[in-house]
Write a protein of this length. Structure first.
Length: 165
């Protein structure tokens, strides 16, 4: 009887749920959410992807009841878009699988409350997977820093700044 050794990239990493997929509450699923991130959000550029992000409102009281379930999660919600211009279905699906796994491995459990959309570039297919994981992790760090800085300046600027003449 042979014992099966897990792949080296999976050692020490446990899936967040039984199937190893991203839970539904941490994914962007609705078209309106993607549109809001594109229209109101900011961008972070890296070598093999562009990451769009938009902070979510802290209170879910002003949202419709159907959306309050989605808004109750206080971490990052992630979505992926892969354009047809990047290749056929096989290449696009491979990009999405690589990105989903990189996000699953690097996703912060607690952190900034924001929606994130990741758009890969064609170079994502040729880059080593460790580099993809590194880029995704770096993007999450930058997003948390920028959103944290934005919320701290909003709290500090409540009445402390002088009006411009």
């Amino acid at each position: 009887m042979t014992t099966r050794v897990p792949a080296e990239s999976n050692r020490g990493v446990e899936p967040r749920n039984g199937s190893g997929t991203l839970p539904r509450k941490v994914r962007l699923l609705r078209h309106a959410d993607f549109e809001r991130v594109y229209k109101l959000g900011r961008r972070h550029f890296s070598a093999s992807m562009t990451v769009f992000y938009c902070p979510r409102a802290e209170s879910a009281q002003d949202q419709a009841p159907r959306r309050s379930r989605d808004q109750s999660y206080s971490g990052l919600r992630i979505g992926f878009t892969v354009s047809r211009a990047l290749g056929g279905a096989v290449q696009r699906n491979r990009m999405k699988r690589r990105l989903r796994e990189a996000v699953r491995l690097t996703r912060p459990v607690e952190g900034a409350s924001a929606d994130v959309v990741i758009n890969p570039k064609k170079s994502l297919l040729t880059v080593d997977f460790a580099a993809v994981v590194n880029e995704v992790g770096r993007a999450f760090v930058v997003i948390e820093q920028k959103i944290g800085a934005a919320t701290s300046t909003d709290k500090n600027s409540s009445g402390s700044r002088k009006p411009k003449p």
